[in-house]
Design a protein around this ligand. Structure first.
Ligand code: KIV
Length: 289
């Protein structure tokens, strides 16, 4: 049965960990649901993992996020699905944020949306929550503003910068967000923030002492090859297996080994002879246009 925000709150209270993955398409969502993943994020990391944009998440549009969220929703009807608000879909004004967040719920049927930013995102979070939607904040390494923070770098490594994150985390909770995602922070900071907040705090590269973990599906399956962040554990090396399979296919086609008899459709008994006769007849008296 699909978990609700109340189930996630209860899991935090009882110390049960949440296993969260990104997903961008129907088949992966189906497999994730089968595997018992608690929550799926249709991340704007699709900019790298699906579209291969050199600009990372920045070029990703609302329309792309909606289409992928719809596919994930269809693949995982019984899993909590979160849409990820792309760059400039919410940073402009609270009404823009509400309108775009609303599209995820109305068009894709998501259960929550995620947006980046701590104190500076408060007015957007409040507006979306006031409109009746579930919000997850995202602080620490925030890819949409990675240029401002000097690249894809761990955050909160000094007491001062970690304290800023604590203030951001509290502000996100006070604004009404029901979840917080912490990206690329030391485990001590993950622990302090999750202990300080009532809402579930999940981490991607935030150590073990948070309420749950998120990984990017293309990283953990070993599909995305451009780079591997420190926090990734590869549970499979699918890119290697895919290349082996494709190489075998190419070789078998060229060596006349594929397709075999079992991969072909049979004509009905006697129909091949009839067809040949029809063609012969046509050659003697060609069909007139
Ligand atoms: O888009 C995404 O997958 C994310 C993760 C990097 C946290 O926001």
């Amino acid at each position: 049965m699909k978990k609700t925000v109340l189930d996630f709150l209860e899991m935090k209270k009882s110390g049960k960990k949440v296993a969260w993955l990104t997903s961008y398409d129907f088949p992966t969502a189906q497999l994730a649901e089968k595997a018992g993943v608690d929550m799926l994020l249709v991340g704007d990391s699709m900019g790298m993992c699906v579209y291969g944009y050199p600009g990372g998440t920045i070029p990703v549009t609302m329309d792309q996020c909606i289409v992928h969220s719809e596919a994930v929703r269809r693949g995982a009807p019984n899993t909590f699905v979160m849409g990820d608000m792309p760059f400039l879909s919410y940073q402009t004004t609270p009404p823009d944020a509400v309108r775009n967040a609303g599209r995820f719920f109305k068009e894709a049927g998501v259960d929550a949306i995620k947006l980046e930013g701590g104190r500076r995102a408060v007015s957007m979070i409040k507006a979306i929550v006031d409109a009746g939607m579930v919000v997850c904040g995202h602080i620490g390494l925030t890819p949409q503003s990675s240029v401002q923070i000097g690249g894809f770098k761990a955050q909160g490594r000094t007491a001062e910068s970690a304290y800023e994150l604590v203030l951001d985390a509290r502000a996100v909770q006070e604004a009404g967000a029901m979840f917080l995602l912490l990206e690329a922070v030391p485990p001590e900071v993950g622990k302090i923030i999750s202990e300080n907040l009532k809402i579930p705090v999940y981490g991607i590269g935030a150590g073990p002492c948070v309420d749950g973990q998120l990984l990017i599906v293309s990283d953990m399956l070993g599909i995305f090859q451009a780079f591997t962040p420190k926090f990734v554990k590869k549970y499979a090396n699918l890119s290697e297996q895919i290349v082996i399979a494709m190489t075998d296919y190419v070789r078998e086609v060229k060596e006349f080994k594929f397709p075999e008899d079992i991969h072909t459709y049979k004509m009905l008994e006697g129909e091949e002879e009839k067809l040949k006769k029809l063609i012969q007849k046509e050659m003697i008296s060609p069909i007139q246009e």
